[in-house]
Design a protein around this ligand. Structure first.
Ligand code: RFL
Ligand code: PHB
Length: 391
């Protein structure tokens, strides 16, 4: 049997970032990941980092490449049925910005850092199960290469995403679940073509939402709203580019450079919160506890703020023998989570087409866009949320 102070389940951004921050504070953690390294790195997900997330990565000692290669953005465009409105986030938030740097790269940097510091991460750990977190001696079991292993620890950090084992190990009656499943998904395409604009474009259109994002000056990431029963196989590259162009303002549509897709996938959209985030000596962190629709670019950033609160709490526990931080983790994290849930839900509602939308609801979307056009206060509120509320 092995022993460590904190057993971290999941080597996504939450688990790896928590591991890096704890290591820096001299707290010994083991990370268990169900998938292989390559599988984790092949998932194409988030692209926009808040300043707070960038700061945490720097604090963890993994900010060097991000600093060199990340693209700092001072604004983005919102378009509605072909009319474009720039949200000047730097001007509206006293100079705050966001950084475009792919989640894949964040994960790669964190994995490399973990190798460099010689900290343990066990990939392809199968049949992970958690026991004893209600009492004083939690245990984690897993299988690897046909053998069953056991880890004894002080705490378990459930960083294992929406489909992980951590939340599933909590009895149903101990959890409150709040959920909204949206009646559409996003079809995403990654392509080695220059972006159509130097800033992101969020486009509301009567044919459905579209988003123009990027990973670098030579790699673009585009999304279009699609129906839930759609399949990637239904979309040739040509059909995707044609549909994307139809939903953009004329200038952006004209500037689209097409090329073969290097990844194409459909993601369903969901809002989800599980409360509370602490069960004795086990904590839920990141997507294991909450999901937001990607419209506000908040998922990865929320995972990072959970990690910030939990790492502070554990550092306080080991450094000062005080449990005040861990006792307050759930409350502190949830306060920020609900604000990001609200923002992501509201931006999703503004920009997507819903089946059975009434003419009144369409006018409400239009009226909100017109309000944003005419009111600096409305734009400032949007910008304040987009750059990320303070931790
Ligand atoms: P992850 O990344 O899902 O990692 C969880 C890890 O746990 C492993 N695991 C297990 N390991 C051991 N035993 C088990 N039983 C296990 N079960 C699962 C999994 O293999 C995995 O490696 O959760 P984490 O770390 O909390 O990170 C959350 C983020 O990944 C997520 O919130 C973002 O990707 C969401 N998101 C976005 N967030 C942003 O902040 N900005 C964005 O621009 C943004 N765009 C997006 C997104 C998510 C998207 N999709 C596909 C859902 C765009 C999309 C399309
Ligand atoms: C992305 O680049 O993948 C991306 C950017 C902004 C979002 C969602 C996804 O709101």
């Amino acid at each position: 049997m092995r022993r460590c102070q904190v057993a971290i389940i999941g080597a996504g951004p939450s688990g790896l970032l928590l591991g890096a921050l704890l290591h820096k504070a001299g707290i010994d953690a083991i990370i268990l990941e169900r998938q292989s390294r390559d599988y984790v790195l092949a998932r194409i997900r988030a692209g926009v980092l808040e300043q707070g997330t960038v700061g945490l990565l720097q604090q963890a000692g993994v900010g060097a490449r991000l600093q060199r290669e990340g693209l700092v953005h001072e604004g983005f465009a919102l378009t509605y049925n072909g009319q474009s409105l720039r949200i000047d986030i730097a001007d509206l938030t006293d100079g705050k910005t966001v950084t475009v740097y792919g989640q894949t790269e964040v994960t790669r940097d964190l994995m490399t850092h973990r190798d460099t510091i010689g900290a343990t991460a066990i990939y392809e750990a199968k049949e992970v199960s958690l026991e004893g977190f209600d009492g004083g001696s939690p245990r984690v079991f897993y299988s690897k290469d046909g053998l069953r292993h056991e880890i004894a620890c002080d705490f378990i950090a459930g960083c294992d995403g929406f489909h992980g084992v951590s939340r599933a190990s909590v009895p149903d009656e101990a959890l409150s679940i709040f959920e909204r499943v949206y009646p559409f998904g996003w079809l995403g395409v990654l392509a080695d073509v220059p972006p159509c604009s130097h800033e992101l474009i969020y486009a509301g259109h009567e044919r459905g939402f579209a988003l123009c994002s990027m990973r670098s000056l030579t790699r673009s990431r585009y999304y279009i709203q699609c129906s839930l029963d759609d399949r990637v196989e239904n979309w040739s590259d040509q059909a995707f580019w044609d549909e994307l162009r139809r939903r953009l303002d004329p200038e952006a549509a004209e500037a689209i450079v097409t090329g073969p897709s290097i990844e194409k996938s459909i993601a369903p959209l969901r809002s989800f919160v599980a409360e509370p985030l602490r069960f004795g000596r086990m904590f839920l962190v990141g997507d294991a506890a909450h999901i937001v629709p990607p419209t506000g670019a908040k998922g990865l950033n929320l995972a990072a703020s959970d990690v910030h609160y939990l790492s502070e709490a554990l550092i306080e526990f080991y450094g000062e023998r005080s449990s005040a931080g861990i006792d307050d983790y759930s409350r502190r994290a949830l306060a920020r989570i609900w604000k990001a849930e609200r923002f992501s839900w509201s931006l999703t509602g503004l920009l997507h087409q819903f089946d059975l939308m009434t003419p009144f609801e369409r006018r409400m979307q239009e009226a909100e866009f017109v309000y944003l056009q005419g009111s600096r206060n409305a734009r400032a509120s949007l910008a304040e949320n987009y750059v990320g509320l303070p931790f």
